[in-house]
Design a protein around this ligand. Structure first.
Ligand SMILES: O=C(O)C1=C[C@@H](OP(=O)(O)O)[C@@H](O)[C@H](O)C1
Ligand SMILES: C=C(OP(=O)(O)O)C(=O)O
Length: 428
């Protein structure tokens, strides 16, 4: 599908974004491994989270309300999953795959996991190498780096201390989940803090977990007890609308119920440094996760540097921050963000190519990009999404202030994380 976006004079209104993708995945995973029924409210019905749901159904978990925001997961307990009678197809979802590889390495059965064209190119050795150190057995192309990967579980896993070379919540979570099945303690030490939803939810379900700065330690064999989970709105989705309102004249919007976990709110810090005009209202906490409403107005943005430990806290928001930077006074430098090269597509390459196509002056760096701000966005252009939801939505936001309509090829990928994106933009 091609998405056509026309320039707008203003965005106004009060809206809610869909549920947080990271928390939705984990709610199904821990709900499945818990004892009792986990009620999930505000589940993200995006394709990635539905891949997680399907995988657990294939492993014998009964889940009611699939396809809606309110689901009931009938937990089977830590040792209750059953061997699937077919390959698990995890679609486009890196999170599902890496976390599943951790869980599957602790099961005493055989599983093969695969995914779509993008997922089959993404590196899995970041989890299969440390999980093998714990005793997991993996087979796949390129030394169990590329899907399809088969997992022969049931080996006696042993807890390890792992110094992760990358600040990745997927790596950390994969090991912590395997650690539930390992003998002794499993400890992960990160080079910088990544999102901590797994730690928070494990604790909420009753696991024995200890967090000390960049170190996280989990004890094996906990009794996980089902609990209701209310999923906050996804800050990664809200970020598109925040930037949209900041760069579109005469705009004022309120985004309600957004998750503002401090390990996810890097985009708030970056936009604050860029002089974004917004405020967080009505701060509160739901099942161990902080949330707020965000009021955003049209802003006179200025260029900044986005780098270092801030990067993992806003990793998925970099494409939309690049669009914000194109409308900021001065230069914006984004660095230390090499991880973007192994997402659904190479997001550095994709954003540099598409911003250039839109007439923006941008230079590629190995670990990021440099964008010269306050430039006009060309209209009448057909952009590529690279089948990457975050690239497609970033370009759509650029289209709101282009000189004329722009089109985005293969925009269906938006359904991966933000199924009603276009509807919400239209309402605003
Ligand atoms: O754990 C998670 O839910 C996620 C972690 C991040 O990936 P990395 O762990 O690879 O940085 C992020 O990009 C992804 O969208 C979701
Ligand atoms: C990188 C992303 O997701 P995943 O790694 O789960 O595919 C994302 O949603 O931007």
């Amino acid at each position: 599908m091609k998405l056509k976006i026309s320039p707008k004079d203003k965005l106004q209104g009060k809206i809610k974004v869909p549920g947080d993708k990271s928390i939705s995945h984990r709610a199904v995973m821990l709900g499945s491994l818990a004892e009792g029924k986990t009620e999930i409210e505000g589940f993200l019905t995006g394709e990635d989270c539905l891949s997680t749901v399907k995988a657990f159904q294939d492993l014998g978990v009964k889940i009611e309300g699939v396809g809606t925001e309110n689901m009931l997961v009938h937990g089977v307990g830590l040792h209750g999953l059953k061997e699937a009678d077919n390959v698990l197809d995890l679609g486009n979802s890196g999170t599902t795959t890496r976390l599943m590889l951790g869980i599957l390495s602790g099961q005493d059965f055989y599983t093969v996991v695969t995914g779509d064209d993008s997922l089959r190119t993404r590196p899995m050795d970041r989890v299969t190498v440390p999980l093998s150190k714990m005793g997991g057995s993996f087979y796949g192309r390129d030394g169990a780096n590329l899907l399809p990967i088969s997992v022969l579980g049931g080996s006696d896993l042993k807890g390890i201390t792992y110094n992760s070379p990358v600040a990745s919540a997927q790596v950390k979570s994969s090991l912590l989940l395997a650690g539930l099945y390992a003998e002794g303690e499993t400890e992960v030490i990160e080079p910088a803090k990544s999102r901590d939803h797994t730690e928070r939810m494990l604790e909420y379900f009753g696991a024995d977990i200890e967090v000390d700065g960049l170190k996280v330690k989990v004890e094996a064999n906990p009794k996980l007890t089902a609990k209701k989970i209310v999923v906050p709105g996804d800050i990664s989705s809200a970020a598109f609308l925040m930037v949209a309102a900041m760069i579109t004249e005469n705009s004022e919007i309120i985004i309600e119920n957004v998750g503002v976990n401090p390990t996810r709110d890097g985009v708030i810090e970056a936009l604050r440094k860029m002089n974004g005009n917004f405020e967080l209202l009505n701060k509160r906490e739901v099942n161990g996760e902080p949330i707020a409403d965000i009021k955003v107005k049209n802003s006179q943005l200025k260029g900044t540097i986005i780098d270092g430990d801030l990067i993992p806290l806003l990793i998925d928001e970099i494409p939309i921050l690049a669009v914000a930077a194109s409308q900021a006074d001065g230069k914006t430098i984004i660095k230390d963000a090499k991880e973007l090269r192994v997402k659904e597509t190479d997001r550095i390459d994709a954003m540099v190519k598409e911003l250039t196509r839109l007439g923006i002056e941008v230079q590629e760096r190995e670990d990021g990009m440099e964008i010269i701000g306050k430039q006009e966005i060309k209209g009448g252009v057909v952009c590529q999404s690279y089948h990457d939801h975050r690239i497609a939505m970033s370009l759509a936001v650029a289209g709101l202030i282009s000189e004329d309509d722009i089109e985005i090829e293969n925009s269906d990928c938006i359904n991966i994380s933000f199924p009603n994106f276009k509807k919400i933009l239209d309402r605003l």
